[in-house]
Design a protein around this ligand. Structure first.
Ligand SMILES: [Zn+2]
Length: 166
């Protein structure tokens, strides 16, 4: 038996996919984004709605959900259907590039600071030039990795410090 963690799966309803693709095309060449809403089915997230959240913090290379905007959008979706909940965030990339180091760091940070949201998903809608593809990432485990070790000398004295000037 393999002890490998199974590859995470993301189910996306066609209507959610087309909403993200339409938003990406409309916002081009700028980014846009929002939140992923849906349910868990057999422990796997199923995105049934992708809600676009307008943001002043967006441009050709960035998009950020305004602080405090997520909760009201989730509550509004839950008023329509109480089974729904927050599953993660999505945003578009006007070029054919996957999640940036910042995108992945934000996902990792969120996973730590929101322990009640199990394994949030990040979706990046990439423009391949020939259409849009859904690029989804999820952190399933945060495994501390063994670090290589290197022993170094002391930090050199700063030449501008009082000791360095002696
Ligand atoms: Zn991004």
């Amino acid at each position: 038996m393999s002890s490998r963690v199974p590859e995470p799966l993301l189910v996306v309803s066609e209507s959610a996919e087309s909403a993200m693709v339409a938003a990406a095309a409309k916002a081009h060449p700028n980014e846009t984004g929002g939140i992923l809403i849906g349910v868990y089915l057999d422990d796997q997230p199923w995105v049934t709605r992708a809600i676009e959240i307008p943001s002043p913090y967006r441009g050709r290379h960035h998009y950020k959900i305004p602080a405090g905007a997520t909760q009201p959008a989730v509550h509004a979706a839950r008023r329509d259907d109480h089974r729904l909940g927050y599953l993660g965030d999505w945003h578009t990339h006007p070029a054919d590039v996957g999640p940036s180091p910042t995108d992945l760091a934000t996902l990792a940070l969120f996973s730590i600071t929101h322990p009640l949201t199990p394994n949030p998903t990040l979706v990046v809608v990439r423009n391949t030039g020939d259409g849009y593809v859904i690029d989804a990432r999820r952190i399933l485990t945060i495994t501390p990795r063994t670090c290589g070790l290197r022993i170094a000398g002391d930090l050199p004295v700063d030449p501008l410090s009082p000791e360095g000037k002696q």
